[in-house]
Design a protein around this ligand. Sequence first.
Ligand SMILES: [Ca+2]
Length: 197
Amino acid sequence: MITGGDRNCFVRRNLNRRHRFEKQKNVCNRRPDVHDQFHFTSIVGAVTFSHYEIATSTISGFVTHNDFPSNPFLTGTLINFDSAQHVKDYFCVRMQALFVPPTTGAYIFGAKMDDFGKVYLSRDETEANKQDIINAPNPGTRILSESKNLEAGKRYYLELIGCEGGVADYFTVNVRLPDGSLVDPITYNYLEPITSP
Ligand SMILES: [Ca+2]
């Protein structure tokens, strides 16, 4: 169903792979070239995802825009810290969740972003204490954070912001655990939802 006038539309889609069943609710200002690309799920994921129709070549152009952060073009939740690929050109995204370490030790975060973006980690579950740990000005390569000593079971606010210009687009965050294994992307079993948008 298409309704007009409300840009704060909430889209949640059920993508049941077994039955190839797809259900879509409450779609506002629907633009098929955008909405059909997102992997939203009826299972409420831990990652709050927001898409902004903002064309910019810098992060500062994104975070100082009038639509950021409270007026996204659409929002939804994702199971993993991984956006859709090849959505469209000229947009920005924000992904937020709480990272919960399974063990105490040293963690190294990584990101793959096209065109560019930043990853923030807080020392606790609040956004107010976030610091940027990854700044990726160019697409393609996996950019690593410094090693972070984290406590098992504690909640750490984790955020990605990024923007796409043209051609390919993807935004994903991964992590190397203290035992050396790589979780790419960070999956739902290491994440909890943020407590406030
Ligand atoms: Ca691109």
